[in-house]
Design a protein around this ligand. Sequence first.
Ligand code: NOJ
Length: 558
Amino acid sequence: MQTKWWHGKVAYQIYPKSFCDSNGDGIGDLQGIISKLDYLKELGVEIVWLSPIFKTPFVDQGYDIADYEDIDPVFGTMADFDELLAKAKERGIDIILDLVINHCSNEHEWFKKACADLNSEEAKYFYFRKGKNGLPPDNLRSYFGGSVWEPVPGHEGEDLYYLHYFTKEQPDLNWNYAPLRQKLFDMINFWLDKGVAGFRIDAIMNIAKDLDFPGLPADGADGMCSANKMTAKLSDQAATFLTMMNDATFKPHDALSVAEAFGVNQDSLKNYIGDDGFFNTIFDFSARELNEKYPAYYRYRPVSIAKWRDTIFASQERVNDIGFMCPIIENHDEPRGVSYYLPRHAQNADGAKAFGAVNVLLRGLPFIYQGQEIGMTNTRFNSIYEFDDVNAKDNYKSALEGGLTPSQALEVLNVESRDNARTPMLWSSEKNAGFSSAPITWLKVHQDYQTLNVAAQKDDENSVLSFYKQLIALKKNPQYKEILTYGKFKALDPVAEYVVPFARELDGKMIYVIANFEDTEVSYGVNADSKILLSSKEVQLQDGRVTIPAVSCVVIEL
Ligand code: NOJ
C-alpha cells in the first residue's frame, strides 16, 4: 500500500450551523469555528471536515448550493474562510470541504438561466425531459419522497420536467455533458489551489443516469421505485466519471478524497479505495445500510451493537488487503450512535468511551462527529414543530399516511431523525449551552446541556472528552502509530452478545481492543506479560487473563 499524508490521523466533522455562533444570530459560523481551533488541537484531531458553507437557501441545510465559489453570509465571508484555513494550518489541522456535485440549488444561476431559456448553454447542465403518456418521464421516487421529476418552472403545462433525486429545490446536474463536468473540475481545483486539503464527496454514486429514463418495477404502493435502485445499477457508468474527476483534480493535488458512496458493489471496492482507486477512502455505512432494505423509514428495525459489530467487522475484513474505509458511529444524517446502537444500560458516558475506543482504533481513517467526543446522545423532541429537517418532516407525513398515530410518528423521529445529531454543540452550562448568545437558536438545545458539556468535562480526567484525548494520543503515539495505522484488523471471539473485540496485527505484534457493553464483566485470555495501554475503568490482568468490567473497554499490547 502506498503511504499517504493522511494515514494515521483522526478526522473530525463540524456541522457549521451548530458548532459555535460568534455573532449572536443563533446560527454557527466560521469565526465561531476559528474560536474553537485550540479545542480541536487539544483534542488531537488533524483533519477537519466542514459540512457545506457555500451560498445556499438552506432547503437541505446547505446541501443545496447556489454558488460553489462563495461563502454563505450566514457563515461569514471568504476572508473569514481564508483566516480559518491559515489558523488551522498553524495548529497542524487540515481542512476538507463538502463537495456536493450530484445536484445544486434551484437558486443557482445555472438553473435560473436554464429555466429562463431552454436553448441556453445552462439548459444542458440539467436533465430536462418531456413526460411520457401524460406522466413524468419515469417512476423513480426521490430520496425525500415523491417523484424525482418536477415541472420546469415557467413551463408548467408544457409537459416538461427536470430531474431531482433529492428535494425539488436540488436539481440534478448533467454529468453526461462534458463542459459541465469541466466547470465542476475547475471549481474543485479553485478550492484545492487555495489550500484546502481535500473533500468529503456527497451522494456521488448518483451522478450516473440512464438517459432513456426507463424507470424500474415499483417497490411501493405509490407505483414508484427508489432512485437508489437505479443508482446501484449504473455504477460502471459512474466509475468513468469518477476516474475523470480524480485525474483532473484530486490526484494532481495529492488531495484527500473521502466519498459518501452508498451502493458500491462490494466486489469492486478495489476500484474505489485501492492504491489507484477513484477515491482515497469511503465511509463505512454498512451498519446504517441495514435498515435500507425496509420500504418505509417508519418501519426501521433497531440495530443492536451485536449486529453493528458483525456488520462492521465484515467490512473491516473485506478491505484489509484493499485499502482504508472511514469508521464512524454517527454523522449529521444519523441519530447519535450511543442512543441508536447501545443497550439502554450503556447509553451513558461509560458506553460513549467504549464506543469511542472502537471508532478510533478500528483500521481506517476514523471520523468523530462534533459532540461525540463528550458523549452526546439523541436530543428529545416534544413536537413535530421542533424539527427542522426536510427529511424528518417528509417521513412524519409518510408515517401518518402509513397509519401511525401522531405520537407514534413522533417517537419514530426521536429515534431516527437526522436532527438528533444536528442540535447545537454543548460548550458549557450557560445559556444555549454556550453555543450562542441569541435569544433562540436555529435548532433546539439538547435537554442535558447543564451537565453534559465541554466545560464540565475538560478538566475531569475521567470524562468522555479526556478519554477521547487519550485514545487519539495513543493512535498517534510513535510507538504504536505503525500498528494502529497499518496493522491488519482481526475479529476476536465476542464471548458475549454485547462485546466488540478485535485485534490489530503487524509484523508479529498484536494489540487487542475490547469493548464490553454487557452489564457484567467479561474476561479474555492474553499473554502473561501483556501490557495495558489504556482502559476506561480499572481492569484486572492476572495469570494471562484480563477481566473487563461492565460497560468499559481496554486496549492491550500482547
Ligand atoms: C448526503 C448529505 O449528507 C445529506 O445531508 C444530504 O441531504 C444529501 N446527501 C443530499 O445532498
